[in-house]
Design a protein around this ligand. Structure first.
Ligand code: ARG
Length: 464
């Protein structure tokens, strides 16, 4: 029994007198999800081994053996040949066991001055760093699609809304650039998160550091970390970076979900501002006429899933005493799923946004509904000397009259308008045009087409 047991659990079985039950093995094992960390685990092990040889803790020959073995294991993993085993609990023990099978004692020396606690913390940081870079690229691709559409529609008039009521005319380009701003903040938030994640836990060992004369800075340099974690207890137990990363993912999904909601509204035939390409929609099995915006609907739904992962990670950490606890193994699935969801969503949105078909006329006529140039008329009166509050009141009365006659302000005659203020002159009709309204908002951050084009240039210059 003892022999069979020690064969099963290579990493730590010596002190136990009975094996874990199959149920406990499945309950405590993580290999089916943490094998995703394998290539980062190998990268970390190669850097650790190189340092061990450099400071004389293992021989040059052992290092060579470890390097050869780990490179072979990497190929086995990449080609799908590697045999993962639940008997070996997690990604770390699976790889170490295979290394030892391949190269013998040198493989057993790799774990000198290291614990799985600092090893897994290192792997996750490497994974987060890599994934941030992938998400960054996906954000850039989506921003590019939005910038291209914004350029195409720098002059396209649409109603701007507050309270989902028509408020003032804006340009579609300006509207899309609002999302580019959100995604730019997402990029910079991820960059901040990356900087804090990019420090090396290795050397903390199980929790207290190690009595071997290791060189942590060397390992940090090899792995491209900006420095080393300064407290071993914190190094093995900190998952702030995982929470921050998932918070970044959650906020990206918030932005995508807001955009989704608009696309869904814009596509309903009652609004009819856009059409999504067929390949992003599905039909109904019963209603032959239906074309449903499934992709934005799903993205709106998936945002909840990512928020859930953020809550899971916060809760995972809140009651943990120092230092490492097995609870931490639960960090991986939420992290992985948050990243997968965000990456898939961003990639599909980059394609979808590049292909949206805009119905310019429908947007433009909607901008007339709801007296969207009323503020322009008030501003006109203010520029002629009327205090703003009085101007507001005069225009409110004009709107009331318009509603009664079912006419837009621009359709009221000059004489009819002059009844509300003698300051109104023949130049008023220019002001009441939606084009005049957007063009007048010609300052940084305003909706004027010239400003939209300037913003597009600014975003593109930052990116190149
Ligand atoms: N699979 C573990 C995890 O993901 C690795 C570290 C295990 N350490 C330990 N002392 N049991 O957290």
């Amino acid at each position: 029994m003892t022999e069979q047991f020690s064969k099963k659990n290579q990493g730590w079985s010596g002190r136990f007198s009975e094996p874990v039950s199959a149920l406990v093995q499945r309950y405590t094992g993580s290999v089916f999800f943490d094998q995703r960390l394998a290539l980062f685990d190998i990268e970390g092990s190669l850097a650790h081994a190189e340092m061990l040889a450099h400071v004389g803790l293992i021989s040059a020959k052992d290092l060579q053996g470890i390097q050869g073995g780990l490179n072979q294991i990497r190929q086995e993993i990449e080609s799908g040949q590697f045999q993962w085993s639940l008997d070996l609990e997690d990604v770390h023990l699976n790889i170490e066991k295979r290394l030892t099978d391949l190269i013998g004692d040198a493989g057993k020396r790799l774990h000198t001055a290291r614990s799985r606690n600092d090893q897994v913390a290192t792997d996750i940081r490497l994974w987060v760093r890599h994934t941030i870079d992938e998400i960054h690229q996906a954000l850039t691709a989506l921003k590019t699609a939005l910038l291209d559409q914004a350029e195409r529609h720098a002059d396209t008039i649409m109603p701007g809304f507050t309270h989902l009521q028509v408020a003032q005319p804006v340009t579609l380009g300006h509207h899309l650039l609002a999302y580019v701003e959100m995604l730019s903040r997402d990029e910079s938030r991820l960059a901040d998160c990356r900087a804090r994640a990019n420090v090396l836990p290795l050397g903390a060992a199980a929790l207290a550091g190690t009595s071997y004369p290791i060189d942590r800075e060397r390992v940090a340099r090899t792995l491209g970390f900006d420095g080393v974690c300064q407290n071993s207890l914190d190094a093995v137990s900190d998952r702030d970076f995982a929470i921050e990363f998932t918070a970044c993912c959650a906020l990206i999904m918030t932005h995508i979900s807001r955009l989704s909601e608009e696309l869904i509204l814009w596509m309903t035939p009652r609004i009819g501002f856009i059409d999504l390409a067929d390949r992003f929609c599905t039909g109904s099995s019963i209603m032959p006429q239906k074309k449903n915006p499934d992709v934005p609907e799903l993205a709106r739904g998936k945002s909840g899933r990512v928020y859930g992962h953020l809550m899971a990670l916060l809760t995972l950490m809140k009651g943990q005493p120092l230092a490492y606890n097995k609870d931490n193994q639960e960090d991986k699935e939420p992290l992985f799923d948050a990243a997968d969801t965000v990456l898939d969503t961003l990639r599909v949105f980059a394609e979808m946004m590049a292909g949206i078909q805009v119905k310019d006329q429908a947007m433009r006529s909607a901008a007339f509904e709801g007296y969207s140039t009323a503020t322009d008329l008030a501003d006109y009166l203010v520029k002629k000397g009327l205090p703003f509050r009085d101007a507001h009141e005069a225009v409110a009365l004009a709107v009331k009259a318009g509603i009664a006659q079912q006419k837009d302000l621009s359709e009221l005659s000059l004489e009819a308008l002059q009844a509300f203020s003698p300051l109104i002159g023949p130049d008023v009709h220019e002001v009441l045009k939606v084009e005049g309204s957007v063009a007048a908002r010609d300052h940084v951050g305003g909706t004027a087409p010239s400003q939209v084009r300037a913003q597009i240039r600014r975003h593109r210059a930052k990116r190149d």
